[in-house]
Ligand binder design. Structure first.
Ligand code: NAI
Length: 328
């Protein structure tokens, strides 16, 4: 039997945590032969710690054969101790009257502290996925705050956007989602993201030809994928949780176990390609093999794409500028 791996999850008693932990413990993320130890972090307030205790009781009650241990804590250094994987879900939500700038700063505090804790105690090979918003900038802050860990170990979640785009294309063309390849979502996990179908194929056919409706692509599809999060809040009264947890599982599973040549979207620190300044946490197409992601390189960027990619980049740079002073 394999030795257990340590999986840290922050915001463990929140909505996404509740949709995520049970799937990790059942083996859906790292494989049905991989035991896991869950190391769960919640805020040091009674209500959050009590809720976490309840979640741990339910995990216990599932009697998952792969769940080799559990830790519940309010201390990041305990949660991240020797962690092989970290899913950073917990973040400060936007409160009434809160400016975007305040939200950025509040989250910067959290991700500076958590980056430092990862730097101090996590496995040197840790794979970090940031889900908590603003996800790209939070991942960038954690990466900057963990200078002794390889930068490529820090990623942000664009997979929900990628999956949303796949489903929209599937319903437009009437083809199954798994017949689609090579879709990309460039940039920031925000309404400025750019879902790009120029290289995609649907059941073997070029996506633009299969869709055959450029006006739909530009005027309906792109904004719909970008605003899907808001549409879910409008319908449900709370933000996407099960689909976000599902995307986190997809992201980590593919990173750890490989994509067999399939392209997926991950937010990763740029290597300077595609005109994205080095280090910027930006959604790009990757394939994964042997526990590493590799960028898809050499794609042509046309004028429409350049403009979209620069627009979402500009937003990311503004976010970075907003928190730079806190990074010292
Ligand atoms: P939630 O509010 O239900 O749960 C968040 C949990 O995190 C709470 O239990 C809270 O106590 C905890 N928490 C807050 N600060 C923490 C800290 N410093 N350390 C540890 N725990 C902390 O929120 P939900 O719905 O689970 O969403 C979590 C985050 O994921 C939000 O920031 C949301 O915007 C983001 N999100 C990102 C998506 C993406 O595609 N990247 C998609 C959907 C949500």
């Amino acid at each position: 039997a394999k030795a257990p791996v340590r999986v840290a999850v922050t915001g463990a008693a929140g909505q996404i945590g509740y949709a995520l932990l049970f799937r990790i413990a059942s083996g859906e993320m790292l494989g049905k032969d991989q035991p896991v130890i869950l190391q769960m972090l919640e805020l040091p307030i009674d209500k959050a710690q009590a809720a976490l205790k309840g979640v741990m009781m339910e995990l216990e009650d599932c009697a998952f054969p792969l769940l080799a241990g559990m830790v519940g804590t309010a201390d990041p250094k305990v949660a991240f101790k020797d962690a092989d994987y970290a899913l950073l879900v917990g973040a400060k939500p936007r409160g009434p009257g809160m400016e975007r700038k305040d939200l950025l700063m509040e989250n910067a505090k959290i991700f500076i502290e958590q980056g430092k804790a990862l730097d101090a105690v996590a496995s040197r090979n840790i794979k970090v996925l940031v889900v908590g918003n603003p996800a790209n900038t939070n991942a960038w802050i954690a990466m900057k705050s963990a200078p002794s860990l390889p930068k490529e170990n820090f990623t942000a979640m664009l997979r929900l956007d990628h999956n949303r785009a796949l489903s929209q294309l599937a319903s437009k063309t009437g083809k199954p989602v798994d017949s689609m390849e090579k879709l990309i979502v460039w940039g920031n996990h925000s309404p400025t993201m750019y879902p790009d179908y120029r290289f995609a194929t649907i059941a073997g056919q070029a996506a633009p030809a299969a869709v055959n409706d450029d006006a739909w692509y530009k005027n309906e599809f792109i904004p719909k994928v970008g605003k899907r999060g808001a549409a879910i809040i409008e319908a449900r009264g709370v933000s996407s949780a099960a689909s976000a947890a599902n995307a986190a599982i997809d992201h980590m599973r593919d990173w750890a176990l490989g994509t067999n040549g399939k392209w997926v979207t991950m937010g990763v620190p740029s290597d300077g390609s595609y005109g994205i300044p080095e280090g910027t946490l930006y959604g790009v197409p990757v394939t994964c093999v042997g526990g590493k992601y590799q960028r898809v390189t050499g794609l042509a960027i046309d004028d429409f794409s350049r403009q979209k990619m620069d627009f979402t980049l500009k937003e990311l740079q503004e976010e970075q500028d907003g928190v730079k002073s806190m990074l010292g």
